[in-house]
Every structure is written in structure tokens, then in C-alpha cells.
Write a protein that binds this ligand. Structure first.
Ligand SMILES: *[C@@H]1O[C@H](CO)[C@@H](O)[C@H](O)[C@H]1NC(C)=O
Ligand SMILES: *[C@@H]1O[C@H](CO)[C@@H](O)[C@H](O)[C@H]1NC(C)=O
Length: 356
């Protein structure tokens, strides 16, 4: 209570990295994203809502985390990849007037294992058509090699047909942030979208320095919010003495941390430099907290129900035959009609039903 937001705009004019000479110098810093606090507090609500598991409430945007700053959001598609335990939605918001794509992170049940894996396992693949740009295979595949990508791209097309060429914003928390970044890059590189913005919360590192540099050139309008001692942005670890091998964050980080005494605590929002690895931001502290990972801007970033894979799974879905053999499903809506289309993954056996 009595928590006050306090903005400290640390706009670094000197965007060249640091004097120790070991950091890779940041390039292409001129067009970096401007941080907008109001926008961040809106987007974090989408990144939080995508964790919820009540299909009907999500689809009608009446869930406990829907409303408030996201009132009036028109959901167009909800994708649930049961096989890989992934969930995402696409919709259109009034403010910001944009197509919003939100990706869910790893469920809490397996968060501990997931974090441990990030320390040790870095199976890498080459990002297609980008020489020497190596990325984390698991995160790449979660977006590119599951039900998620085709469903998201198709929903974006459907939204654009109805709403025109409006801005597209991808957001997500934790692994959902990694997927949002891959989505933003995919929309820019493969779909030739010009107006793409990405904002992630508690996102892990997803690629090497070459990748980070290419990413920030291609999707400059990206903000990567980190919080206090949140462990996840520290992973996979940054190997200081292996600058060519280490994973590196892309800019622009905004680090949230608290200062104050007793009941007078202020949250500082520190806007970090253009390097992606500002040593005075989250890297200035040790990443040792899962609790700090679970809350951003005072918003709960976990799932709402206990369970193994807490995805949308209510009787409505269970009773219809929309799921494929692997249990994946896509729930979509044509913005022009009040009908819901439930479709099987990758086939044309769409079944149209009335929602109300
Ligand atoms: C920040 O974002 C909010 C919410 O979309 C918007 O209303 C406001 O105009 C933005 N401010 C600036 C300076 O762009
Ligand atoms: C993509 O996923 C399919 C099925 O889940 C799997 O068989 C295939 O090996 C994956 N592709 C790659 C390149 O890993």
C-alpha cells in the first residue's frame, strides 16, 4: 500500500557501451524504442491474462484479469497447444489501437526445472538466413514448430482484413516473452510487417550477440522489462569472458527496482542503455529470485489453478470434437461476425457454432 511509481529517466546519451572493452558495442541504437510507462502497465495485463485457464471467460474477455486497462479488448483467436503446454491469444485493443498477441510462459509447476535447464542446456540452432546468429532451440521451436505460429499469423491476417493496417504488438512473460520476440521478428522478416512492437516481461536471453544485434536492427521498437532480482533475465548465463559465445540480451531493457525504507517504497523504472546488457541495470544485482519473476508492475504473472499443464480446458472444449489427436485446438472468431469457429489444427474441418 502507498506504493508510488516514480520515474527516473536515465536517458543515456552516450550509447556506446562501456569502457572495459569486453562488451560488444551496441550498434543501431538510434531508433531504439521509447519507453512508455502507461503502455507497459496495459501490456502487462495481457501478458498476465494469457496464463488463465477459463476458456469462456478469456474468450468473452470477462476473466478476473480482463478489464481494467484492457477493457473492450476483442479477442480474435485463442490457441492452445496441449502437446507442448503452450497458450497464446490474438485480439484487437482500443488503447493502444493495435493487434495484440500475448504468449503464456512456462507453468509454475515446472518452472523450477525449466530454470535449472536454462543454466545447463543451451541447444542452439542457427536462425534461418542469418549467418552466425545462434538462438535457443527450445524457445525458437516453441514459436516456430508448434500449433502457435500458423494460428497466430492467420489471426493477424484476419484482424488486418477487418481493422486495416494497424500496429501489431507482441507481448509475453518469461518464456512467453521469448516467444513474443520470435513472433515480432517473424512478422517483420517473413511477413514484411512494418509496424511491429514487442514488449516482454522477465524474458530469458534467447540468442548470441550476433542475433541480439540483428534483432535490434530489425525490431528496434522493443522493450524488455526486468524486475529486481528476477532470475530469468539472467539466464542462460552471460559468460563475461566469452563475448563471442555468450548469450546476449537485445535492447532496450527497463529495470524495475524498489528503493525506500519501511512503508515508503518507491519503484524506480530505470531505462537502460542501448547495449542490451547495461551493467547498471538488472545485471548489477544477482538473479536469485523466483518471487520477483512472478510479479511485474504489481500484476500477478502466474497461472490461476493448480494442475500439471494449466491450460484452457473446460467442459465446453472437452465435449466438442475440435481437438486433434494430440489434443491441440484453436478457437477463433471472425471479427465481422458473432460466430466462433472451432477448428482442428491444420485441417479444414471447421465447425462453426454460436457462442451466445
Ligand atoms: C503511451 O501509451 C499510452 C497508451 O497506449 C498512450 O495513450 C499515450 O499517448 C502514449 N504516450 C506517448 C508519449 O506516446
Ligand atoms: C518439429 O516438430 C515435429 C513434431 O512435433 C518434430 O517431429 C520435428 O522434428 C520438429 N522439427 C525440428 C526441426 O525439430
Amino acid at each position: 500500500m502507498g506504493k508510488t511509481w516514480c520515474f527516473i529517466l536515465v536517458t543515456s546519451l552516450c550509447l556506446f557501451a562501456f569502457s572495459d572493452g569486453r562488451e560488444l558495442k551496441a550498434r543501431h541504437t538510434s531508433k531504439l524504442a521509447q519507453y512508455n510507462h502507461t503502455l507497459a502497465t496495459i501490456l502487462v495485463e495481457y501478458a498476465s491474462a494469457v496464463y488463465l485457464s477459463d476458456l469462456t471467460q478469456l474468450f468473452t474477455w470477462t476473466c478476473s484479469r480482463c478489464g481494467d486497462l484492457t477493457k473492450g479488448f476483442e479477442i480474435i483467436e485463442l490457441v492452445v497447444d496441449v502437446e507442448h503446454c503452450l497458450q497464446a491469444f490474438v485480439g484487437v485493443a482500443d488503447d493502444p489501437h493495435a493487434i495484440i498477441i500475448a504468449f503464456r510462459g512456462t507453468n509454475e509447476h515446472s518452472l523450477q526445472n525449466w530454470i535449472e535447464d536454462l543454466y545447463w542446456k543451451q541447444h542452439e540452432i542457427n536462425y534461418p538466413d542469418m549467418d552466425d546468429a545462434m538462438v535457443h532451440r527450445g524457445f525458437y521451436m516453441a514459436y516456430h514448430n508448434t500449433t502457435i505460429r500458423p494460428a497466430v499469423l492467420e489471426a493477424v491476417e484476419r484482424a488486418k482484413k477487418f481493422y486495416g493496417d494497424i500496429k501489431i504488438i507482441a507481448t509475453g512473460h518469461s518464456m512467453g516473452g521469448a516467444m513474443a520476440a520470435f513472433c515480432g521478428l517473424d512478422l517483420t522478416v517473413n511477413q514484411q510487417e512494418k509496424n511491429v512492437q514487442v514488449m516482454t516481461f522477465g524474458q530469458p536471453r534467447i540468442g548470441n550477440a550476433v542475433f541480439a544485434s540483428l534483432y535490434s536492427k530489425l525490431v528496434p521498437n522493443t522493450i524488455r522489462v526486468t524486475h529486481e532480482h528476477d532470475i530469468v533475465p539472467h539466464l542462460p548465463p552471460y559468460y563475461y569472458y566469452l563475448p563471442q559465445k555468450t548469450y546476449q540480451h537485445f535492447p532496450r531493457e527497463v529495470w524495475l527496482y524498489n528503493i525506500g525504507l519501511g512503508s515508503l517504497v518507491y519503484t524506480v523504472e530505470k531505462i537502460c542503455d542501448g547495449s542490451g546488457e547495461d551493467p547498471t541495470c538488472s545485471r548489477s544485482v544477482s538473479g536469485n529470485s523466483i518471487i520477483d519473476h512472478m510479479v511485474y508492475y504489481g500484476v500477478d504473472m502466474g497461472s490461476d489453478e493448480p494442475g500439471i499443464c494449466r491450460i484452457v480446458m473446460d467442459s465446453y472444449v472437452m465435449s466438442t470434437s475440435i481437438r486433434d489427436l494430440r489434443g491441440n485446438f484453436i478457437l477463433s472468431r471472425d471479427p465481422a461476425t458473432p460466430l466462433l469457429k472451432l477448428s482442428r489444427e491444420f485441417d479444414n474441418q471447421e465447425k462453426t457454432i454460436d457462442v451466445d
